[in-house]
Design a protein around this ligand. Structure first.
Ligand code: CDP
Length: 237
């Protein structure tokens, strides 16, 4: 049983997020970076570029190529994960790159690439949302021009109830999980995927919840960036 009397196993209400902590600019060697904790997920994102795209055949004459690489480190899951890319990480890298490409002003940097490295250090469901959310902060920290600060959050269905932000057991035992990413100013959808089944009505309810989650996470992203760049007013002696 994943939900009893409207309360989930970890004590959350159906429309509550797990605790989230975001820190911008944690790595000194990368142009931009972000460390994010979201429930049991721990994610580091780093951005390099824009720089000349190599090998040259991947260059686009009119725009920058966004190369997001999602990776889970071997110790991020309970059964040690074999290092290196697999089908799942290639898929997540692709959908993340495509989502980010829609907000970055790629046309300003023809023939270049912008590398976005997403390392999942600890995983507990919703890592693609955590990764994309961290990547957005790292891109902003790197000063990459974007028309919005993208954000991601999932909603799904457990024991017949539509809930926000599935945790580990809820993801394994639940009926559906639907991660989305949006550009929060216009609420344009940049990514939408779904595992499992929901009725159309449940889908609409889940979408509304996921959007609400995105709005909350978006605030935390902006606060993290403001914390990094706030200038302390020195009081004259
Ligand atoms: O992480 P996300 O929900 O975006 O993607 P998923 O493919 O639905 O994976 C759900 C969860 O399964 C991950 O967050 C991990 O906690 C877990 N997982 C794992 O334990 N071992 C893997 N090789 C892949 C995923």
């Amino acid at each position: 049983m994943l939900i009893k009397d409207g309360i989930r196993m970890d004590g959350r209400k159906p429309d509550e997020l797990r605790p989230i902590k975001i820190e911008a600019g944690v790595l000194h060697r990368a142009q931009g970076s972000c460390y994010l904790e979201w429930g049991g997920n721990k994610v580091m994102a780093a951005v390099y570029g824009p720089r000349e795209a190599i090998p040259r055949h991947i260059q686009h004459p009119l725009k920058a190529v966004i190369n997001a690489r999602y990776n889970m480190v071997p110790f991020s899951v309970s059964d040690r994960k074999r290092p290196g890319p697999d089908r799942r990480s290639v898929e997540i890298s692709k959908v993340t790159s495509e989502a980010l490409e829609h907000v970055v002003f790629t046309g300003l940097f023809p023939r270049t690439m912008i590398d976005v490295c997403i390392e999942v250090l600890g995983a507990e469901a919703g890592t693609r949302c955590a990764g994309l959310t961290a990547a957005a902060v790292a891109l902003a920290d790197a000063g990459i021009p974007m028309r919005d600060l993208p954000v991601a959050c999932a909603a799904g269905k457990i024991d017949g109830t539509v809930v926000l932000d599935l945790a580990g057991d809820e993801d394994c035992e639940g009926e559906a999980d639907m991660p989305i990413a949006i550009a929060p100013r216009t609420e344009e959808i940049l990514l939408m995927q779904m595992d499992g089944h929901m009725t159309y009505q449940e889908f609409e309810e889940a979408l509304e919840l996921a959007l609400k989650g995105c709005r909350e996470v978006s605030k935390l992203q902006k606060e993290a960036l403001l914390r990094k760049y706030e200038t302390k007013n020195e009081v004259a002696p």
